[in-house]
Design a protein around this ligand. Structure first.
Ligand SMILES: [Zn+2]
Length: 418
């Protein structure tokens, strides 16, 4: 089974998740969000587990503090969610954040590294069961709170630019292996440049197998599909095949359709946001404004497009209306979707998110039911049908192309030898 994981980033994702639980296998929840929503969120997780068997992981927020300043407000104070997390996890983290800009694992003493690793593992393992017990204790007893524990623990991690960066990840993993009671699922966070090191794949395999770890998340930085070349995609595909060959199940920490395709080479899951969240870089700048453009995920081109662009493209191609539960109920034709464009944010946003979740789920089921060559032939057919309307649409920027579709196909073919 290829695991469909949703990055649950804001409280506005609650409704789309609550009504699409059957189209998801698990959630990835930022630790800071859990700390800041310590009553409602554990209860939601419990309900979703009970009704959909929907499991979850907790993203180690310790990671957020390494670079950038998006965890601080304009006056330099740590933002509420991040501060709630620090308070919940360890006083040491509060102290460090008060006296320095960032917290980088490589700057910590061995004792500090050990302490923060232990407290962040404990936070992941016990926060939800403890909260549930505390909450339900008032009215009823909860028979087995442990069943609401996360699926695995993700120890915090550092970016790997070359083989030398492995050391601090090793130190963290050693401590986590010692103290964790749940299975570990470390995140290997690589730059694109690191992909091209010939020794790294073996070093990564060794990092995990020497600690009896048989699963991991894989995050390659900056995989924007407009800007990622075929050699990068090839390296990713071969890394996945490599890990799979060593008995390790890799799972994309951020993934677009390329990750779904990689299920043919041994990738065992992917993670995406309700809207975007298909790729990311480490450095995040402080946000200004929070306007998120309304974008519609177009299955045939495996990308989000602004609504007028999606409507124009699908109209030119003569595509049938999307058959997902949301679109088939809400929009009879592409023109109906265009009309809804002016709706208030909340309203249309929730529909677009649900549509995206359901389309991604269908894509995964489809790829899983096909052979690699069937999948690639279908990708190729969509590319040929859409290439001209896409490049000629006045609604789509000339800077955007569909070149990523053949790049994905070539990378898979080259690594699989087909
Ligand atoms: Zn739809």
């Amino acid at each position: 089974m290829f695991e469909a994981t949703l990055r649950y980033n804001s409280n506005s994702d609650k409704h789309p998740v609550a009504t699409s639980g059957e189209s998801l296998d698990s959630l990835l929840i930022p630790g800071k969000m859990l700390a800041a929503n310590s009553k409602a969120l554990p209860t939601n997780l419990r309900n979703w587990y009970d009704s959909y068997n929907l499991e979850y992981y907790i993203q180690p927020t310790l990671f957020d503090f390494r670079v950038g300043d998006n965890f601080r407000d304009s006056s330099g104070s740590v933002r509420t969610w991040h501060w709630d997390y620090a308070t919940e996890v360890d006083r040491l983290l509060e102290e460090l954040l008060a006296k320095q800009d960032n917290v980088d694992a490589t700057d910590l003493s061995a004792n500090q590294l050990r302490q923060l690793t232990i407290s962040s593992v404990e936070f992941q393992e016990s926060f939800v069961p403890n909260q549930l017990e505390a909450e339900t204790g008032k009215y009823e007893s909860i028979s087995d709170p442990e069943k609401y524990s996360p699926k695995a623990v993700i120890p915090w991690f550092q970016q790997i630019r070359d083989g030398r960066d492995l050391k601090v990840n090793e130190d963290i993993l050693d401590v986590a292996t010692d103290v964790s009671e749940l299975p570990l699922k470390p995140c290997l966070f690589l730059t694109k440049e690191a992909l091209h090191s010939d020794s790294l794949p073996d070093q990564l395999t060794e990092l995990l197998t020497s600690r009896d770890i048989d699963q991991c998340f894989l995050w390659i930085e900056n995989l924007d599909k407009q800007e990622t070349g075929e050699p990068d995609y090839e390296r990713i595909a071969s890394l996945v095949a490599n890990l799979d060959g060593a008995g390790i199940s890799p799972h994309s920490y951020y993934g677009d359709y390329f990750a779904t395709l990689l299920s043919h080479l041994g990738l065992t899951g992917t993670t995406y946001g309700t809207m975007y969240g298909e790729e990311a870089s480490e450095r995040r700048e402080r946000r200004t404004g929070d306007g998120v453009a309304h974008r519609y995920y177009v299955d045939a081109v495996k990308d989000f497009l602004k609504i007028p662009a999606a409507v124009d493209l699908q109209g030119t191609v003569g595509a049938d209306m999307c058959s997902c539960e949301v679109c088939s109920r809400q929009f009879g034709t592409w023109a109906d979707l265009a009309d809804r464009y002016q709706d208030d944010d909340e309203n249309i946003q929730a529909l677009l998110k649900k549509h995206h979740i359901q389309v991604r789920w269908k894509q995964i089921q489809q790829v899983e039911s096909e052979s690699l060559s069937e999948t690639l032939d279908r990708l190729d057919a969509d590319y040929r049908e859409y290439i001209t309307p896409f490049s000629q649409s006045n609604q789509i920027s000339n800077a955007k192309t569909l070149d990523y579709l053949p790049r994905w196909k070539n990378a898979l073919e080259s690594v699989s030898g087909s």
